[in-house]
Design a protein around this ligand. Structure first.
Ligand code: ZN
Length: 312
């Protein structure tokens, strides 16, 4: 027994030196983007054994062309689980993340969803050009599943299933919450589909490719996008092309986003005489806002779409 004593003392010292987690034994679930954070907050609601954090700034919007900051790396180092949008939205995640936290479990919320779109509103030449440039990134795959309420429900179910495996004690809560959330999203999606059938004009122009999945749900055609590359203003030649398409296709509305400057969209609207309005994809929002923030934003979008596109 005496030979064990030094060993036990060393063990006790080692245990005392382990870094304590900020919330005791709580598991920390980190989400990359605001939409995934919102969905995850709904999934874990009522379970006090986990905390959910947002990695990127809540006001950022889509993290296209984003680079990780030291603060992001600190959050990654402290997290147990990282939930990502997937489909190329998190191109900034790579080897440094694995190094910062080799035990981190990464959950891809889009895993298993088959109805993936390529970006809409680009002609063949542009699409080929984009694929060439984005070859190492996402090859033209559109990662914005979250603007479709129907898919938002699926994302919740995916996240719940993964979390249930990681934390069996919370499984029942996660799965019940996700089921309730999915039902709410189905109702929202049904309302969007019904509106789509009542619109006088179903041809739209968007700021970037963020609404393609919602457009598909509603039977809308995205005839052009203002920013073929998110965050990058169109060139003079691209502007002319967009104006030409809008006239040819007789688009019913140009929709800017709160996350990007509206100036170019407004200029195109003036040039073509087409109505312009703002649609919020919910890519940003209040970090500690209400759990139904997404639904509120989307119901407002429904009103804007109806008004702009002439709901009958
Ligand atoms: Zn985006």
């Amino acid at each position: 027994m005496n030979r064990m004593k030094p060993f036990l003392i060393v063990l006790a010292l080692l245990l005392a030196c382990l870094p304590a987690r900020a919330d005791g034994n709580k598991k920390t679930i980190l989400c990359t983007t605001f939409p995934i954070f919102q969905i995850t907050r709904n999934v874990v609601s009522g379970n006090s054994a986990v905390t959910v954090q947002l990695m990127l700034p809540a006001a950022l919007g889509c993290p296209h062309d984003y680079a990780l900051t030291p603060q992001d790396m600190q959050k990654i180092a402290r997290a147990d689980v990282l939930i990502v949008n997937g489909l190329g939205m998190e191109e900034y995640l790579g080897a440094p993340v694995k190094k910062a936290n080799p035990d981190l479990k990464v959950v891809d919320s889009s895993a298993g969803i088959k109805e993936i779109l390529r970006y809409a509103g680009q002609d063949d030449h542009e699409e080929a050009d984009r694929q060439e440039h984005d070859h190492d990134q996402h090859g033209g795959v559109n990662p914005h599943l979250f603007t479709s309420p129907r898919l938002a429900g699926r994302l919740a179910m995916n996240i719940a299933a993964e979390l249930a495996e990681l934390d069996p004690a919370g499984a029942a809560t996660f799965l019940a919450n996700a089921k309730a959330y999915e039902e709410k999203m189905q109702k929202l999606a049904d309302d969007f589909s019904a509106l789509g059938k009542r619109l006088g004009n179903n041809r739209i122009v968007t700021q970037h490719g963020v609404f393609d999945y919602l457009a598909r749900d509603m039977g809308l055609e995205v005839v052009a996008v203002v920013q073929a590359h998110a965050g990058q203003e169109p060139s003079a030649a691209e502007m002319l092309r967009i104006v030409k398409i809008i006239r040819e296709k007789k688009a019913g509305g140009i929709f800017t986003e709160p996350q990007y400057p509206a100036k170019v969209g407004q200029t195109i609207a003036r040039e073509t005489g087409v109505a312009v309005a703002t649609l919020d994809p919910g890519a940003s929002g209040p970090e500690n806002g209400p759990l139904d923030y997404y639904e509120t934003v989307m119901r407002h979008n429904m009103l804007v779409l109806g008004k702009t596109l002439g709901a009958k």
